[in-house]
Ligand binder design. Structure first.
Ligand code: SF4
Length: 667
């Protein structure tokens, strides 16, 4: 439904302020309190970094119908062990506006976060800033967004022209808002009711991202393939994928919009993966949801059969691997434009491709149409020089960038380009850690410059691949390309082992990957769980790191510290086969490690390695430390080396070669 040309608050409807004081939220939900902007200091009194795991935790996403999952809106907001939002609280509170602080909707790309608000009656989300994917999901679902100035006027009884709510968007996004969301827009486009603007950017130097988007523009002559940030373009999509957490919604939306006989474009370029929930039955808290999880699996299989997309289903309850790892092994090529329903789709940028996560609605629309619309993002460039010390990995580089650049929003909604001789010194697996964690930086995505290592890595996994063809697709930035976020030189030799601490979310300090701290300044943090795995840290080179530490330890008589559970999980079958062939498994066994077959597992709270109590402390090589994501305990993010070393010492410790020589323990 198209929104009214003037937005007004509906008489009788309410505005919910998500305050740092949880009691104020509870009182609003109970109907005891109605606040206005004048009662608060915004954004200081409002919650920042509300992540999508808080809005719809993993178990809520086991519902694929929006009206069902909306009943559990904000189920992940738990203070002192109690849900701030009981079931149906958002819906029953009769709210139509929801207000928060900075970076609303960080975290995963799950569109369920938007759906939970929309199907609870929210028409307008107000915040200081929004995470890019969440903002796109709001636009696609027809949820309007505004800042505090607009809210102040609305609460004074004024009407705000709709145009004011979208005028800062690119021209195509403006059309989507005017139509009331992506599906109405797509239908209006198909019926010739809207006309798309054509960018007319003159020849200019371009970044890697700009070159890829320019190359993919549809209906444009070859000599006009130039774009600049802010241009709205229609681009073809080379490929993509969804997983069992998201596919059911894609299928549901396509059936709802286009009928049960819908067809998609180029199914051979797209895929489904069974990776997120394969080991959910090993987590006690997940057992009540096993029927719903099975429904998601069945619906994914139904979608795969219906559309003919590539099938990466689990067999004998073993996943072929985490979608992002397998996609970079098997699917993604340099210069491609790839879209998938997961925020870590950015990992594909390691292959010199442009890839980012989208919500289920956007994905459904693009597989149906074969194209999508994009506002050309700004870029920020990280020129890496030097080489990492033996104590650090690419994870430490990202924790550094998160603390020094992302925390100040320098990476917000920008493409992070990684270039330079320091990048060349890293292996493709290590480079993949850089692009993988672009989403933690609230960036649009990350992309690495390609070299022969990149091409050989891809070609070696795909028999018959013409490496010259891959080389011809490579993009590199023009020498004088413009970077709105600047060009930043990072000396890898100056990196130090870091963690991101879990914050204190019950008291307004979000658990956030930007909470960087140096390991040697951390003091003694005793751990209960060391988890090593995920798309970020389950790659072959991560296993080389784990093995290096474990071998060093067991060769000196060490075993995993008493009271610590050390779990290592492969990110793909290829990684598992490699570790087996190299004899790593014997070392892990001697060390007392528990190994898990490929999949997401504990990273999404659905596998061995999740914490079970709020007191437990985990040091983890995954990419996000949001409260509740991997169990209720406190989770420190760290590098593969730090995680492995900590598993033996029992406290968070950086790995130093020779560290296990100081104490010889006989097993
Ligand atoms: S391993 Fe974790 S971050 Fe990666 S895709 Fe799976 S759930 Fe997402």
């Amino acid at each position: 439904m198209q929104p009214d040309p003037v937005f007004r608050l509906t008489p009788g409807k309410r505005v919910l302020f998500l305050t740092k004081d949880p009691e104020l939220i509870r009182r609003q939900l109970r109907g005891e309190l109605d606040l206005t902007l004048a009662d608060l200091s915004a954004p200081a009194d409002l919650l920042d970094d509300i992540n999508t795991d808080v809005m719809t935790p993993a178990w809520v996403c086991f519902h694929h119908r929006p009206e069902d999952l909306a009943r559990e809106a904000y189920a992940g907001m738990v203070v002192d062990g109690e849900r701030v939002f009981p079931r149906d609280a958002l819906h029953d509170g009769n709210f139509e506006v929801i207000v928060s602080g900075q970076r609303k909707g960080v975290g995963s790309s799950r569109e369920t976060a938007t759906q939970a608000e929309k199907w609870s009656g929210i028409r307008l989300a107000v915040a200081e800033s929004f995470a890019p994917i969440h903002a796109a999901n709001n636009v696609n679902q027809g949820v309007l967004m505004a800042g505090y100035d607009v809210l102040a006027r609305l609460q004074r009884g004024e009407g705000v022209p709709l145009e004011e709510l979208y005028r800062d968007y690119d021209p195509i996004t403006q059309l989507i808002v005017q139509q009331g969301g992506l599906f109405p827009f797509a239908k209006a486009l198909a019926h010739g009711e809207v006309t798309l603007p054509r960018p007319a950017t003159a020849r200019r130097p371009m970044t890697m991202a700009e070159k890829i988007l320019a190359r993919h523009m549809t209906g444009v002559a070859d000599d006009t393939r130039y774009v600049k940030p802010g241009d709205a373009v229609v681009v073809s999509v080379d490929g993509g994928y969804s997983h069992e957490f998201t596919t059911a919604q894609v299928h549901y939306f396509l059936e709802q919009e286009y009928g049960p006989d819908y067809r998609i474009q180029n199914p051979e370029r797209f895929a489904v993966f069974e990776d997120h929930l394969v080991y959910a039955d090993e987590v006690r808290k997940m057992r009540p949801f096993l029927d719903q999880i099975e429904t998601l699996r069945q619906l994914q299989r139904e979608f795969q059969r219906h559309t003919g997309v590539r099938d990466f289903s689990a067999h004998d309850r073993v996943s072929p691997g985490i979608c992002h790892e397998v996609a970079r092994e098997q699917m993604i090529e340099p210069g491609q434009f790839v879209q998938a329903t997961d925020s870590h789709t950015c990992m594909g940028g390691v292959n010199n491709a442009l890839s980012w996560g989208v919500g289920a609605t956007e994905y459904a629309s693009l597989v149906y149409d074969g194209f999508t619309t994009v506002e050309v993002p700004e870029s920020i460039r990280f020129e890496l020089v030097g080489a990492l010390p033996a104590t650090c990995t690419a994870k430490d580089v990202m924790l550094h960038i998160l603390l020094r650049y992302a925390r100040e929003e320098k990476t917000l909604n920008r493409v992070m380009e990684f270039t330079g001789p320091g990048l060349a010194s890293l292996s493709p697996d290590e480079r993949a850690t850089l692009t993988n964690m672009a989403t933690e930086c609230s960036a649009r995505t990350g992309i690495c410059a390609a070299d022969e290592k990149t091409l050989e890595w891809i070609a070696s996994r795909r028999p018959g691949t013409d490496i010259a063809r891959l080389r011809s697709q490579v993009v590199e930035p023009d020498p004088d390309a413009e970077y709105a976020g600047g060009i930043h030189v990072i000396d890898l030799s100056a990196m130090r082992p870091m963690v991101a601490h879990p914050g204190d979310p019950d008291h307004g300090v979000p658990s956030d990957p930007t909470n960087g701290e140096y390991v040697d300044q951390l003091g003694d943090v005793k751990i209960d769980i060391a988890y090593a795995g995920s798309c970020t840290a389950g790659k072959i080179d991560d296993f080389v790191f784990y093995h290096r530490v474990c071998k060093d330890a067991v060769d000196h008589g060490w075993r995993v510290a008493p009271g610590v559970e050390f779990i290592i999980q492969f990110s793909s079958r290829e990684v598992e086969d490699y570790a087996r062939s190299e004899g790593f498994l014997e070392t892990f066994e001697r060390a007392g490690v528990r190994l898990i077959h490929p999949g997401c597992g504990a990273c999404i709270g659905c596998g061995p390695g999740v914490s079970e109590t709020t007191e437990q402390v985990t040091v983890s090589a995954i990419n996000r430390n949001y409260k509740g994501r991997s169990g209720p305990g406190m989770l420190y993010l760290a590098s593969p080396l730090t995680v492995a070393a900590s598993a033996f010492t029992g406290v968070i410790s950086e790995y130093r070669p020779g560290m296990f020589e100081r104490r010889l323990v006989t097993a």
